[in-house]
Design a protein. Structure first.
Length: 275
């Protein structure tokens, strides 16, 4: 991994300190200084919305804002893997202007999220504050969702019941067809088997997990005729499971399974833990 020469040595220490900060409200202003505007403290990044698509944040993604003089502040944080700094001016309680500063430049597994976060966190942003949440909105309607609560731990791949909620084709993810909602679900068991429902028929098969690869063996299924939305989801899952090793990734309660060659896949939600 490499870092850009422009990153000051002090950045590592600053980022380490920001990770230990706790969320807080505005500090009272000292006599003779302008009243505080905007927000401060350390916040977890929950998600981004980019052109109507939601990107879930890696657990390490966060943003800290520390007050400076007047309405000026310094932001430090993590895009999910790479650290960054930025200068912040609160134009009002509801508007902030961000000028990006230094950042690290490491090879990271979730580059699309990091790229989107860096693109959104700059320039004028509208600030919408709640009790434990903040939403930063760009002029074109894209958003950064922040929370004062630490991110929830990701669900485990094994011993979790996963319910399929969308189908992936290349760069596009679409909800499961009407009539198929909540029907396709599966569990990867600790004994090396996977079983569940393809959307219409029940199935079971052997399964092997090696790193971020899941390989499913030949499927044994019931043989009901499947039409409409459930049939479409069943055909997608059958082809996906039978097409060779799959890449898997979990963020929070969301699982993504994709075929490395074609880019087709699914997303699924953790429904419940299985004893």
């Amino acid at each position: 991994m490499r870092t850009l020469p422009l990153v000051p040595a002090a950045l590592v220490a600053v980022l380490a300190l920001s990770a230990t900060a706790t969320a807080c409200g505005d500090d009272g202003a000292a006599p003779g200084t302008p009243p505080a505007r905007g927000f401060s403290g350390s916040w977890s990044v929950e998600s981004l919305t980019v052109d109507g698509k939601t990107l879930r944040a890696p657990a390490a993604a966060r943003l800290s804002v520390e007050r400076g003089k007047g309405y000026e502040a310094e932001a430090t944080g993590n895009y999910g893997c790479n650290g960054f700094t930025a200068a912040v001016i609160f134009d009002s309680a509801a508007v902030m202007t961000v000028s990006p500063g230094a950042h690290t430049d490491m090879a990271c597994p979730d580059l699309p999220f990091e790229t989107a976060f860096a693109r959104l966190f700059r320039g004028p942003l509208t600030v919408e504050q709640g009790q434990e949440k903040i939403t930063l909105k760009t002029s074109d309607g894209n958003t950064i969702a922040l929370s004062s609560k630490p991110p929830a731990p990701s669900a485990p791949l094994v011993a979790t019941q996963w319910t399929v909620d969308s189908l992936i084709k290349g760069e596009t993810a679409s909800s499961v067809p009407a009539g198929a909602e909540g029907r396709a679900r599966f569990t990867v068991a600790a004994d090396g088997n996977v079983s569940g429902n393809l959307g219409c028929n029940r199935f079971n098969a052997s399964a092997a997990v090696e790193g971020n690869r899941l390989t499913v063996g030949p499927l044994t299924t019931t043989r009901m005729a499947c039409e409409g939305g459930p049939g479409e989801v069943e055909r997608t899952l059958t082809e996906l499971f039978g097409g060779g090793p799959l890449d898997w990734k979990i963020q929070g309660d969301a699982l993504t399974l994709t075929a490395p060659g074609s880019g087709t896949g699914i997303t699924a939600k953790a429904a419940s833990a299985v004893e």
